[in-house]
Design a protein around this ligand. Structure first.
Ligand code: SAM
Length: 308
């Protein structure tokens, strides 16, 4: 489906769900390619600006990508800084994330010494640099960044007690990305973190991928522990379904929260003087205030469908 020529010009319709789709007018097709792994499409649109699409599924759009990238990257960074105030030379791993948006945000932190972006498809990076360079915004020329063209499953399995922060910036759990959602992969990420290290990932659309969210959270809770895991909600116009979920978890240490965490992260946020469009520590904590039926972490809770 994806690109459709109509009487009203060229439109894009997302292929993610069989029964519901999001569409927007296309002003230009900037890049189209079948890489060894997936269909890569970059379009320009009047409302959302440039949009990266993989296998017919929207990954990020200029209009609202900051909401997703800033929240996951800075929540992860400030949680880590709160837990390790004296740490210098922080080491970050981005799983997937070949578009460069997550790396761009992490690199805003002066205390990051090294960031590794492991994406299976070098074609995504090449296409972004050629046709959508506003999104990585120089991340790939930062000497602190190393790009690894590999399946993240094998890469992560070989790491031990190395990273301060791991962000799983994965697509939906289909194809090569499917193993990035299993409990085994979460356990490998846990092993790859230092004690007090932070794991962040998205959990899909709350209302359209409810089972995926509950499964993903159950995997993270089973690995890190309930008192070390928090879920949050954010909203963007390009991820269909209203609320989009994200998770943060801490290795071997209770998850910072409440007033003390907020005070600490606010002080660090002001010190860091980040150039951001969406993130603040208050937004982070507010994002993790959930309706009661959702805050119940029992995976088989009978309250899980309270919204429908
Ligand atoms: N923010 C996006 C979202 O949730 O829609 C995802 C961002 S990023 C474009 C996802 C990246 O994961 C893609 O570039 C894809 O090539 C990569 N990817 C998929 N499977 C992978 C795997 N097994 N190992 C490493 N990278 C993978």
């Amino acid at each position: 489906m994806a690109l459709i020529e109509t009487n009203d010009g060229l439109w894009f319709h997302e292929d993610l769900y069989p029964e519901i789709s999001c569409g927007f007018r296309v002003s230009a097709v900037l890049h189209r390619e079948r890489s060894a792994f997936q269909d890569i499409l970059i379009i320009d649109t009047p409302v959302l600006g440039k949009v990266l699409v993989l296998d017919g599924i929207v990954q990020c759009a200029q209009k609202d990508e900051a909401i997703y990238h800033e929240m996951l990257a800075h929540a992860g960074m400030f949680l880590r800084l709160t837990l390790a105030p004296a740490a210098t030379g922080l080491e970050v791993l981005v799983v997937g994330g070949g578009d460069g948006g997550m790396a761009r945000e992490c690199l805003k932190h002066a205390r990051v010494a090294r960031i590794t972006v492991v994406d299976i498809d070098p074609g995504v990076r090449a296409a972004m640099l050629a046709h959508f360079p506003e999104l990585p915004a120089g991340a790939y020329t930062d000497p602190r960044l190393t790009a690894v063209d590999a399946d993240a499953v094998g890469f992560v399995r070989e790491q031990r007690n190395r990273f301060d922060l791991i962000i799983a910036d994965t697509p939906d759990p289909v194809g090569a990305a499917l193993p990035l959602f299993g409990r085994e992969f979460v356990a490998d990420c846990h092993a790859a973190l230092k004690a007090g290290g932070v794991f962040v990932r998205h959990g899909g659309s709350l209302l359209l991928q409810t089972d995926e969210f509950f499964r993903t959270r159950a995997d993270v809770v089973a690995t890190f522990g309930p008192e070390r895991t928090r879920a949050g909600l954010l909203a963007t116009c390009t991820y269909l379904g209203g609320w989009f979920t994200w998770l943060s978890a801490v290795k071997n240490t209770p998850h910072p929260e409440g007033e003390p965490a907020l005070r600490d992260m606010r002080a660090r946020f002001e010190q860091a003087a980040l150039d951001v469009r969406w993130y603040s520590p208050e937004m982070q904590l507010a994002s993790q205030v959930l309706p009661e039926w959702l805050a119940d972490i029992e995976p088989n809770s009978s309250r899980r469908n309270d919204i429908s």
